[in-house]
Design a protein around this ligand. Structure first.
Ligand code: MTE
Ligand code: MO
Length: 323
């Protein structure tokens, strides 16, 4: 995606980070050498990045009937090191390096707008609201790469019911966390923060749309949008806002980050569509992350392969105009 970088990240930030990393490496070394005291262990807990695979919280999830059959998940390694999360830098490798800064507790999601009454959900309440399902979905970025991800969550519709929206609510907007101390990269990227995305109410209520708390049976690594994100498998990846703190029910189509930044390139709908090219590249094929070279390029499917389930949402709409 095309963005203007304002200037390089302040060198003080880089220093602070490398100090931290060095301290962490030292503490891990100490632990490995078996010299960690109780105090040392506590320090190590604090210093260990929350993205550490071994420190991840396991989620009790059951396989879902709505998983996409016949596709093999991308490796955990690729899913967690090749990311788009501009709050933590613009390179695909940046979020894995930088998202340890994100503090995911305490965390609340507030609900406002066209609802019976405003509510605020604590993340640990949200986690337990409904049984957790594992949904294996295709994941297609607008930049013409793809993965397969086993997400853990429950239908967004279940959460929406809990929010008690009024009949005047036509759209739902998702706002991501914005914090300059934890996400100093924000300063250097010309987007209108916080990251904002939105869905039409019927899209949000669709059974495939997942409120997502984990992947591969464990709490989301920070770089994948901890502690809670949305996943909309028939749309380009940018429609799925990460690290959500606010859900707003609204009457009119809400502002969305990429549409606002380049309206001719990124539409509000952004349904995966091999027949509508991005102005600067084709959407006919996708690069499959982590695949051997003979499977590394594949044809992109209409609605990312979910047309049987979702095409009716767009009956009568011109998908070239409403890209
Ligand atoms: N808050 C926020 N959400 C975001 C983004 C972002 O930069 N910030 N990037 C989007 C894009 S472009 C994609 S492709 C997906 C990537 O999700 P993944 O890194 O878990 O694969 O997250 C989306 N959600
Ligand atoms: Mo994306």
């Amino acid at each position: 995606m095309l963005i203007r970088k304002k200037n390089e990240i302040a060198s003080s930030e880089i220093t602070a980070q490398s100090d931290y990393r060095n301290r962490r490496a030292f503490m891990q070394g100490a632990a490995a050498a078996g010299i960690a005291t109780l105090a040392g262990t506590r320090l190590l807990d604090v210093a260990a990045p929350r993205t550490d695979v071994h420190a991840a919280t396991k989620l009790a999830t059951v396989p879902s009937k709505l998983s996409t059959p016949g596709i093999t998940p991308t490796s955990f390694q690729d899913i967690t090191t090749y990311n788009n999360f501009y709050e933590f830098g613009t390179d695909k490798s940046d979020p894995a390096k930088n998202a340890w800064r994100l503090q995911t507790r305490p965390w609340t999601v507030s609900v406002e707008g066209e609802v019976k009454k405003k509510k605020t959900f604590d993340i640990d309440t949200l986690l337990k609201l409904r049984p957790m399902e594992e949904r294996i979905y295709r994941h297609r970025c607008v930049e013409a790469w793809s993965m397969v991800i086993p997400w853990d969550g429950y239908p967004l519709a279940e959460f929406i019911k809990e929010c008690e929206p009024l009949s005047s609510a036509q759209y739902v907007q998702f706002l991501s966390y914005e914090n300059l101390n934890q996400e100093p990269w924000i300063k250097d990227i010309s987007l209108d923060w916080p990251y904002s995305e939105g869905l039409r109410m019927d899209e949000a209520m669709h059974p495939l749309t997942l409120l997502t708390f984990g992947l591969y049976g464990q709490a989301l690594p920070n770089q994948d949008g901890a502690p809670v994100r949305v996943v909309v498998p028939w749309k380009y990846g940018f429609k799925s806002a990460k690290s959500i703190v606010k859900v707003r029910f609204v009457k009119k189509q809400p502002r969305t980050t990429w549409n606002e930044s380049a309206p001719n390139e990124y539409g509000f709908y952004s349904n995966v569509n091999p027949n509508v090219d991005h102005p600067r590249w084709s959407q006919k094929y996708e690069r499959v992350i982590g695949a051997p070279f003979w499977k590394a390029r594949q044809a992109t499917l209409m609605f990312n392969g979910y047309g049987d389930q979702v095409a009716s949402l767009y009956a009568g709409m011109d998908l070239r105009k409403n890209f």
